[in-house]
Design a protein around this ligand. Sequence first.
Ligand SMILES: Nc1ncnc2c1ncn2[C@@H]1O[C@H](COP(=O)(O)OP(=O)(O)OP(=O)(O)O)[C@@H](O)[C@H]1O
Length: 258
Amino acid sequence: MSLLEATAVSFKRQQQTLLQAVDLELQAGELVGLIGPNGAGKSTLLKILAGLQTPNSGSVKFQNQALTQLPAKIRSQKLAWLAQGGTIHWPLSVERLVALGRLPHLAAWQSISPSDQAAIEQALQQTGIAHLRTRDATTLSGGERTRVLLARALAAEPIVLLADEPIAALDPGYQLQTLELLRAFSQEKRACIVVLHELSLAARYCDRLYLLDKGCVVDTGSVTKVLSIENLKTVYHIECEIGCNKIPWIIPRRYLYN
Ligand SMILES: Nc1ncnc2c1ncn2[C@@H]1O[C@H](COP(=O)(O)OP(=O)(O)OP(=O)(O)O)[C@@H](O)[C@H]1O
Protein backbone atom coordinates (compact mmCIF):
# COMPACT_ATOMS: atom_id res chain seq x y z
CA MET A 1 0.00 0.00 0.00
CA SER A 2 1.31 3.41 -0.96
CA LEU A 3 1.54 5.64 2.11
CA LEU A 4 3.24 8.67 0.68
CA GLU A 5 3.61 9.72 -2.91
CA ALA A 6 5.33 12.80 -4.28
CA THR A 7 4.78 13.52 -7.95
CA ALA A 8 6.82 16.01 -9.98
CA VAL A 9 7.62 18.09 -6.91
CA SER A 10 9.55 21.27 -7.63
CA PHE A 11 10.55 23.93 -5.15
CA LYS A 12 12.21 27.28 -5.66
CA ARG A 13 13.56 29.79 -3.20
CA GLN A 14 14.71 33.20 -4.32
CA GLN A 15 15.04 32.11 -7.96
CA GLN A 16 17.13 29.10 -6.90
CA THR A 17 15.63 25.74 -7.83
CA LEU A 18 16.07 23.51 -4.80
CA LEU A 19 13.99 20.58 -6.08
CA GLN A 20 13.22 19.72 -9.68
CA ALA A 21 10.44 17.31 -10.68
CA VAL A 22 11.02 14.89 -7.82
CA ASP A 23 8.98 11.68 -7.81
CA LEU A 24 9.08 9.55 -4.67
CA GLU A 25 6.94 6.79 -3.28
CA LEU A 26 6.88 5.16 0.12
CA GLN A 27 5.12 1.85 0.61
CA ALA A 28 3.90 0.43 3.90
CA GLY A 29 6.59 -1.72 5.51
CA GLU A 30 9.51 0.12 3.91
CA LEU A 31 12.54 1.84 5.34
CA VAL A 32 13.67 4.08 2.51
CA GLY A 33 16.93 5.99 2.53
CA LEU A 34 17.38 9.47 1.08
CA ILE A 35 21.02 10.11 0.31
CA GLY A 36 22.99 12.72 -1.54
CA PRO A 37 25.65 15.37 -1.04
CA ASN A 38 25.37 18.45 1.16
CA GLY A 39 22.90 20.92 -0.27
CA ALA A 40 21.28 18.35 -2.59
CA GLY A 41 17.81 19.19 -1.25
CA LYS A 42 17.16 16.24 1.09
CA SER A 43 15.95 18.30 4.07
CA THR A 44 13.86 20.48 1.78
CA LEU A 45 12.22 17.39 0.31
CA LEU A 46 11.57 15.92 3.75
CA LYS A 47 9.85 19.14 4.89
CA ILE A 48 7.65 19.08 1.79
CA LEU A 49 6.78 15.43 2.43
CA ALA A 50 5.87 16.36 6.00
CA GLY A 51 3.59 19.13 4.73
CA LEU A 52 5.73 21.81 6.37
CA GLN A 53 6.60 23.44 3.08
CA THR A 54 4.48 23.76 -0.04
CA PRO A 55 6.01 22.88 -3.39
CA ASN A 56 5.78 25.39 -6.25
CA SER A 57 4.48 22.61 -8.43
CA GLY A 58 3.72 18.94 -8.12
CA SER A 59 1.80 17.16 -5.40
CA VAL A 60 2.22 15.06 -2.29
CA LYS A 61 -0.35 12.49 -1.30
CA PHE A 62 -0.70 10.64 1.96
CA GLN A 63 -2.71 7.43 1.57
CA ASN A 64 -3.97 8.74 -1.77
CA GLN A 65 -5.22 12.01 -0.29
CA ALA A 66 -3.58 15.34 -1.11
CA LEU A 67 -1.51 16.44 1.87
CA THR A 68 -2.93 19.95 1.47
CA GLN A 69 -6.46 18.54 1.99
CA LEU A 70 -5.51 16.81 5.21
CA PRO A 71 -6.41 18.78 8.38
CA ALA A 72 -3.24 19.84 10.22
CA LYS A 73 -4.17 17.83 13.31
CA ILE A 74 -4.65 14.63 11.34
CA ARG A 75 -1.46 15.30 9.40
CA SER A 76 0.52 15.67 12.62
CA GLN A 77 -0.97 12.43 13.94
CA LYS A 78 -0.01 10.51 10.83
CA LEU A 79 3.32 12.06 9.85
CA ALA A 80 6.17 12.76 12.24
CA TRP A 81 9.12 14.84 11.14
CA LEU A 82 12.42 14.61 12.97
CA ALA A 83 14.46 17.71 12.18
CA GLN A 84 18.15 17.59 11.39
CA GLY A 85 20.24 18.47 14.45
CA GLY A 86 17.12 19.45 16.37
CA THR A 87 17.42 21.93 19.19
CA ILE A 88 15.58 22.11 22.49
CA HIS A 89 14.70 25.60 23.67
CA TRP A 90 12.62 25.03 26.79
CA PRO A 91 13.90 23.68 30.11
CA LEU A 92 11.41 20.81 30.24
CA SER A 93 12.14 17.42 31.72
CA VAL A 94 12.95 14.74 29.14
CA GLU A 95 9.71 12.92 29.96
CA ARG A 96 7.58 16.05 29.43
CA LEU A 97 9.37 16.79 26.20
CA VAL A 98 8.70 13.29 24.91
CA ALA A 99 5.09 13.68 26.07
CA LEU A 100 4.74 16.63 23.66
CA GLY A 101 4.72 13.97 20.95
CA ARG A 102 1.19 13.08 22.11
CA LEU A 103 -0.17 16.61 21.55
CA PRO A 104 -1.62 15.81 18.09
CA HIS A 105 -3.79 13.17 19.75
CA LEU A 106 -5.15 15.39 22.54
CA ALA A 107 -8.05 17.81 22.48
CA ALA A 108 -7.53 21.28 23.99
CA TRP A 109 -6.92 20.97 27.76
CA GLN A 110 -7.26 17.19 27.58
CA SER A 111 -4.81 15.51 29.88
CA ILE A 112 -2.74 12.48 29.12
CA SER A 113 -4.56 9.14 29.24
CA PRO A 114 -3.06 5.77 30.24
CA SER A 115 -2.66 4.89 26.54
CA ASP A 116 -0.81 8.19 25.91
CA GLN A 117 1.42 7.41 28.91
CA ALA A 118 2.05 3.91 27.51
CA ALA A 119 3.18 5.40 24.17
CA ILE A 120 5.49 7.84 25.98
CA GLU A 121 6.94 5.05 28.11
CA GLN A 122 7.51 2.84 25.08
CA ALA A 123 9.31 5.66 23.25
CA LEU A 124 11.51 6.34 26.29
CA GLN A 125 12.43 2.66 26.51
CA GLN A 126 12.96 2.11 22.77
CA THR A 127 15.39 4.99 22.47
CA GLY A 128 17.27 4.07 25.65
CA ILE A 129 16.59 7.36 27.44
CA ALA A 130 14.32 6.22 30.27
CA HIS A 131 17.13 6.87 32.76
CA LEU A 132 17.17 10.50 31.63
CA ARG A 133 13.44 11.08 32.17
CA THR A 134 13.81 13.65 34.96
CA ARG A 135 16.72 15.52 33.40
CA ASP A 136 16.34 19.07 32.12
CA ALA A 137 16.32 18.48 28.36
CA THR A 138 18.43 21.60 27.67
CA THR A 139 21.35 20.04 29.55
CA LEU A 140 21.63 16.91 27.40
CA SER A 141 24.59 15.97 25.24
CA GLY A 142 24.18 16.13 21.46
CA GLY A 143 23.58 12.40 21.10
CA GLU A 144 21.20 12.25 24.07
CA ARG A 145 19.24 15.18 22.63
CA THR A 146 18.96 13.39 19.29
CA ARG A 147 17.52 10.30 20.94
CA VAL A 148 15.08 12.36 23.02
CA LEU A 149 13.78 14.09 19.89
CA LEU A 150 13.44 10.72 18.17
CA ALA A 151 11.50 9.49 21.22
CA ARG A 152 9.16 12.50 20.91
CA ALA A 153 8.53 11.63 17.25
CA LEU A 154 7.91 7.95 18.08
CA ALA A 155 5.60 8.84 20.98
CA ALA A 156 3.24 10.32 18.39
CA GLU A 157 2.82 6.79 16.98
CA PRO A 158 2.83 8.12 13.41
CA ILE A 159 2.17 6.07 10.30
CA VAL A 160 5.12 7.68 8.52
CA LEU A 161 8.32 8.87 10.13
CA LEU A 162 10.46 11.36 8.22
CA ALA A 163 13.85 11.33 9.93
CA ASP A 164 16.50 13.83 8.87
CA GLU A 165 19.98 12.53 9.74
CA PRO A 166 18.86 10.85 12.97
CA ILE A 167 22.21 9.14 13.55
CA ALA A 168 24.60 12.00 12.67
CA ALA A 169 25.35 12.80 16.32
CA LEU A 170 25.30 9.21 17.62
CA ASP A 171 28.12 6.89 18.61
CA PRO A 172 28.45 3.62 16.62
CA GLY A 173 26.40 1.63 19.12
CA TYR A 174 23.48 4.04 19.12
CA GLN A 175 23.72 4.38 15.33
CA LEU A 176 23.03 0.65 15.00
CA GLN A 177 20.40 0.70 17.74
CA THR A 178 18.59 3.62 16.10
CA LEU A 179 18.59 2.06 12.64
CA GLU A 180 17.33 -1.22 14.12
CA LEU A 181 14.60 0.82 15.76
CA LEU A 182 13.68 2.53 12.48
CA ARG A 183 13.60 -0.83 10.77
CA ALA A 184 11.35 -2.27 13.45
CA PHE A 185 9.14 0.81 13.16
CA SER A 186 8.83 0.34 9.40
CA GLN A 187 6.74 -2.80 9.55
CA GLU A 188 3.25 -3.66 8.35
CA LYS A 189 1.27 -0.41 8.09
CA ARG A 190 4.10 2.00 8.89
CA ALA A 191 7.08 3.28 6.97
CA CYS A 192 10.05 5.58 7.35
CA ILE A 193 12.15 7.81 5.13
CA VAL A 194 15.56 8.45 6.59
CA VAL A 195 18.21 10.91 5.42
CA LEU A 196 21.65 9.42 5.86
CA HIS A 197 25.25 10.28 5.03
CA GLU A 198 26.52 6.96 6.43
CA LEU A 199 26.47 4.98 3.18
CA SER A 200 27.46 1.59 4.61
CA LEU A 201 24.63 1.82 7.11
CA ALA A 202 22.22 2.99 4.41
CA ALA A 203 23.21 -0.10 2.40
CA ARG A 204 22.74 -2.34 5.39
CA TYR A 205 19.42 -1.10 6.71
CA CYS A 206 17.43 0.49 3.90
CA ASP A 207 15.07 -1.43 1.63
CA ARG A 208 15.49 1.09 -1.18
CA LEU A 209 17.32 4.34 -1.78
CA TYR A 210 16.73 7.66 -3.49
CA LEU A 211 19.90 9.46 -4.53
CA LEU A 212 19.39 13.19 -4.75
CA ASP A 213 21.83 15.61 -6.38
CA LYS A 214 21.27 19.29 -7.18
CA GLY A 215 17.57 18.94 -6.42
CA CYS A 216 16.99 15.96 -8.75
CA VAL A 217 16.59 12.26 -8.12
CA VAL A 218 19.55 10.93 -10.07
CA ASP A 219 18.96 7.29 -9.18
CA THR A 220 16.54 5.17 -7.20
CA GLY A 221 16.07 1.50 -6.51
CA SER A 222 17.87 -1.23 -4.62
CA VAL A 223 20.91 -0.35 -2.53
CA THR A 224 23.20 -2.31 -4.85
CA LYS A 225 21.91 -0.39 -7.88
CA VAL A 226 22.08 3.07 -6.33
CA LEU A 227 25.32 2.67 -4.37
CA SER A 228 27.46 2.06 -7.41
CA ILE A 229 31.04 3.22 -7.82
CA GLU A 230 29.91 5.42 -10.73
CA ASN A 231 27.07 7.09 -8.82
CA LEU A 232 29.28 7.81 -5.83
CA LYS A 233 31.93 9.27 -8.10
CA THR A 234 29.43 11.49 -9.88
CA VAL A 235 27.60 12.92 -6.88
CA TYR A 236 30.17 12.86 -4.06
CA HIS A 237 33.33 13.08 -6.20
CA ILE A 238 34.85 10.18 -4.34
CA GLU A 239 36.60 7.02 -5.33
CA CYS A 240 35.12 4.15 -3.34
CA GLU A 241 35.65 0.54 -2.55
CA ILE A 242 32.41 -1.37 -2.24
CA GLY A 243 32.02 -4.89 -0.90
CA CYS A 244 30.00 -7.22 1.20
CA ASN A 245 31.09 -9.64 3.89
CA LYS A 246 27.73 -10.65 5.33
CA ILE A 247 27.11 -6.93 5.78
CA PRO A 248 27.73 -4.38 2.99
CA TRP A 249 30.52 -1.82 3.31
CA ILE A 250 31.61 1.24 1.40
CA ILE A 251 35.00 2.79 1.98
CA PRO A 252 35.59 6.24 0.48
CA ARG A 253 39.22 6.02 -0.68
CA ARG A 254 39.88 9.40 -2.21
CA TYR A 255 38.26 12.76 -2.80
CA LEU A 256 38.76 13.31 -6.49
CA TYR A 257 38.98 17.11 -6.47
CA ASN A 258 42.07 17.30 -4.22
N1 LIG B 1 15.96 29.18 3.96
C1 LIG B 1 16.79 29.04 2.92
N2 LIG B 1 17.19 30.13 2.19
C2 LIG B 1 18.03 29.99 1.15
N3 LIG B 1 18.53 28.82 0.73
C3 LIG B 1 18.16 27.70 1.41
C4 LIG B 1 17.28 27.76 2.53
N4 LIG B 1 17.10 26.51 2.99
C5 LIG B 1 17.86 25.71 2.20
N5 LIG B 1 18.50 26.43 1.26
C6 LIG B 1 19.42 25.91 0.26
O1 LIG B 1 18.78 24.86 -0.43
C7 LIG B 1 19.70 23.86 -0.79
C8 LIG B 1 19.20 22.52 -0.28
O2 LIG B 1 19.23 22.55 1.15
P1 LIG B 1 18.87 21.28 2.00
O3 LIG B 1 18.96 21.66 3.44
O4 LIG B 1 17.58 20.74 1.53
O5 LIG B 1 20.05 20.29 1.59
P2 LIG B 1 20.45 18.88 2.18
O6 LIG B 1 20.53 17.94 1.02
O7 LIG B 1 19.55 18.50 3.30
O8 LIG B 1 21.93 19.16 2.70
P3 LIG B 1 22.79 18.60 3.96
O9 LIG B 1 23.26 17.23 3.59
O10 LIG B 1 23.93 19.57 4.01
O11 LIG B 1 21.92 18.65 5.18
C9 LIG B 1 21.04 24.29 -0.21
O12 LIG B 1 21.81 24.89 -1.22
C10 LIG B 1 20.67 25.30 0.85
O13 LIG B 1 21.69 26.26 1.04
